[in-house]
Design a protein around this ligand. Structure first.
Ligand code: SF4
Length: 466
């Protein structure tokens, strides 16, 4: 989007207005592929009835089905894979239809123009791309290429730019953030990067997602514990707890080893919130493996947990494994595991927040709730954007008449705890940081002359950063 905006194109969230439609696709699992294909077919209709003259398909689906997308949906004019992001302009201008398949190597940096589609107080930064792990259920290494880290200074500069433009929270992402820097010859690269980002003054929290269990070092934990700006929060997808299932997944380790690691995390970082995710119904997962996973979840007492149902992808290694689990059993296991966690989550929240009427907690205000316009949403340090539970605010006005705004840092009194969510009211609004400084103004400056504008459809509200 940033490349298109810099090239003089105007972005619109309205597909019926756009002259060019760009569908960015996912093909991680079958459900994602289906969603992507549905979106392409839906957009193809606009070529018949809307203003659209061109339909471009980008992203992971292209890495898997490059020529097929063009063959099977004749309305598609060009395809742009994950390694060809910088060629999007040529595709839009009509100079590119399809490139030969190559291992994806694209990696953005702080000078790559980027449009940030999240609210301005919270932004994601991708610190690395690709993955070298051999997990048998996963085709991400094929779709995204080999693991490669962004330069240290490039990430730091991007964080500083985002903070100057109003970001209070940065979430670092990548397929495996804990391997950050290995390919640059950095030891404990993620810990060093976090320590540096913890110095960016305007930020309230810096967090990272997707830690790989055997890459979590003591140095990393000590760094999180040492810096107030580093969110006391760790997301570490474990995928399973049974040794034999983990071996078939080619992820190694065991539930016992994970329990030790979780213990070390809690000891080093008091009050840390822990998130994980599991896959149920992996080929060869017997009843005893599942029971082992349930017992593990009961013992581990995670703050947040996601459970995914295994689904076959024809070119994943696990496709060839025998002892497939039927889909009904898989769904049943998912429901049972989630029911265990729901109880734990309810107890965790009750224990942490109930009956603490005189205590207040720091929260970042998101804005009015989409589900219920009567309340606002906010998050605590232990809640990552989009994936975890939420803090609902029933009252955002202080007795002085001052009212909280999206992006405000507030102190909240909890009034109710639920299974995954909390309810509270604002007791104090912390001093605001001046809206924009000169650097941010420069980033937000208009980049195109009006006569050059074309309309490109995207699905989200836009904010131009660089
Ligand atoms: S670590 Fe994550 S991205 Fe990499 S292969 Fe395993 S599941 Fe896929």
């Amino acid at each position: 989007m940033g490349i298109l905006a810099r090239g003089g194109y105007e972005l619109t969230p309205r597909a019926d207005e756009a002259e060019v439609l760009v569908v960015n696709t996912c093909s991680f699992i079958e459900a994602a592929q289906k969603e992507s294909v549905d979106a392409i077919l839906e957009m193809a209709e606009y070529k018949k009835f809307g203003a659209a003259k061109k339909l471009i398909v980008a992203g992971c689906l292209v890495e898997r089905f490059r020529e097929q997308v063009l063959e099977q949906v004749p309305e598609v004019d060009a395809v742009v894979g994950t390694g060809e992001v910088e060629r999007i302009l040529e595709a839009v201008q009509g100079d590119l239809r399809v490139l030969p398949a190559q291992p994806p190597a694209f990696l953005y940096h702080d000078l790559t123009p980027r449009i940030v589609t999240t609210p301005k107080h919270a932004a994601y930064i991708k610190i690395a791309e690709g993955c070298d792990h051999p997990c048998t259920f996963c085709i991400i290494p094929e779709l995204r290429g080999k693991f490669r880290s962004r330069r240290f200074e490039s990430v730091v500069r991007e964080a500083e730019n985002l903070a100057a433009a109003g970001a209070r929270e940065i979430t670092l992402i990548g397929q495996d953030t804990t391997s950050y820097g290995e390919d640059l010859g950095l030891r404990d690269g993620l810990a060093r990067l976090l320590a540096k980002l913890a110095q960016v003054e305007k930020l309230l929290w810096v967090r990272f997602l997707y830690a790989y269990p055997n890459r979590v070092t003591q140095e990393l934990l000590d760094t999180i514990a040492a810096h107030p700006r580093l969110a006391k929060y760790i997301d570490m997808p474990l995928q399973h707890a049974s040794r034999s299932v983990l071996a078939r997944m080619k992820r190694g380790s065991s539930g016992d080893a994970f329990l030790k690691l979780l213990g070390r995390m809690r000891e080093t970082i008091p009050g840390v919130s822990l998130r994980t995710s599991f896959i149920v119904g992996f080929p060869g997962e017997r009843e005893r493996d599942f029971t082992e996973l349930c017992d593990f979840v009961k013992a581990a007492r995670f703050d947040w947990m996601g459970v995914f149902e295994y689904s076959d992808v024809d070119n994943a290694e696990s496709f060839a494994l025998n002892e497939k689990v039927d889909s009904e059993t898989i769904t049943d296991r998912r429901n049972r595991l989630m029911a265990i966690q729901k109880k734990i989550s309810r107890e965790n929240l009750r224990q942490k927040y109930r009956g603490k009427r005189r205590e207040t907690f720091t929260a970042l205000v998101e804005g009015p709730s989409k589900e219920n316009p009567m309340v606002w949403e906010a998050r605590l340090e232990g809640m990552a954007p989009e994936i975890d539970g939420k803090l609902y605010l029933t009252d955002i006005e202080l007795p002085s008449g001052e009212v909280a705004e999206p992006g405000d840092v507030v102190r909240v009194e909890m009034t109710k705890t639920d299974a995954y969510d909390l309810i509270g009211r604002v007791k104090e609004i912390l001093p605001r940081i001046p809206e924009r400084d000169a650097a941010a103004e420069a980033f937000a400056a208009p980049m195109q002359s009006p006569e050059k504008l074309h309309r490109i459809a995207t699905g989200a509200a836009l904010r131009v950063l660089g």
